[in-house]
Design a protein around this ligand. Structure first.
Ligand SMILES: Cc1cc2nc3c(=O)[nH]c(=O)nc-3n(C[C@H](O)[C@H](O)[C@H](O)COP(=O)(O)O)c2cc1C
Length: 190
């Protein structure tokens, strides 16, 4: 038991956000992606609504997702300012990733307030993030301003809300300490 406490302390404290510039071209086996998702499924969930919903993009489908960001750049840019380099760059983060998982929440307004479902999905994402860390896979949760439009692009059902993208790849980022202030500043012992 003591040994597992050391292991979990290590994984929690060494988990970092690892971004696409550090991603390397190495395939993540499907079984590992499945195990990362399986651990998401053990997140705590009030009233057992299990609100986490995921869409996995890999291989060819990543091009489709990258196209969303590039096309968005095109529609937001006056034709005379359009730059092919910027168009390509808009989809680059997705194309540098080996796997991108869209994070959605299924809402049940008759049962729970939205914040509880969001909190539960965040717990599921943390499970994924920690599991990815244990496998040596770099990942991070991205929440760009275009989430609403992304939901429409993905044709999400009315009762689902897109909360972000989870980028994943093996990487060559050096180990970096967490940037945090002391927990003592955030806790009051009553
Ligand atoms: C809900 C959520 C959304 C986030 N969205 C972004 C994002 O859009 N872009 C980004 O660079 N990082 C994003 N992050 C990652 C944070 O920037 C990162 O967790 C923070 O810098 C601390 O670094 P660490 O994860 O390595 O400890 C997000 C994190 C969370 C929890």
């Amino acid at each position: 038991m003591e040994q597992s406490v050391e292991v979990i302390n290590h994984i929690i404290r060494n988990r970092r956000s690892i971004f696409p510039p550090s991603y390397i071209d190495k395939e993540i086996p499907n079984e590992i992606i499945s195990n990362i998702l399986e651990n998401a499924n053990y997140a705590p969930t009030h009233k057992l609504t299990e609100p986490w919903r995921f869409i996995v993009f890999r291989g060819e489908s990543l091009k489709h997702l990258a196209g969303f960001f590039s096309e968005r750049y095109r529609t937001q840019t006056a034709p005379e300012s359009f730059s092919q380099a910027r168009y390509d760059a808009a989809g680059e983060k997705v194309l540098k990733s080996n796997c991108v998982i869209i994070i959605n929440a299924e809402l049940h307004p008759e049962k729970l307030p939205e914040w509880e479902e969001t909190a539960s999905v965040a717990c599921a994402v943390q499970n994924m993030w920690l599991t990815a860390t244990a496998y040596g896979i770099g990942s991070y949760w991205s929440s760009p301003g275009v989430l609403k439009e992304l939901g429409a692009f993905l044709d999400l059902p009315e009762n689902q809300k897109c909360l972000g993208l989870f980028f994943m790849s093996y990487h060559d980022a050096p180990e970096a300490p967490a940037r945090r202030t002391s927990i003592q500043e955030k806790v009051t012992w009553a």
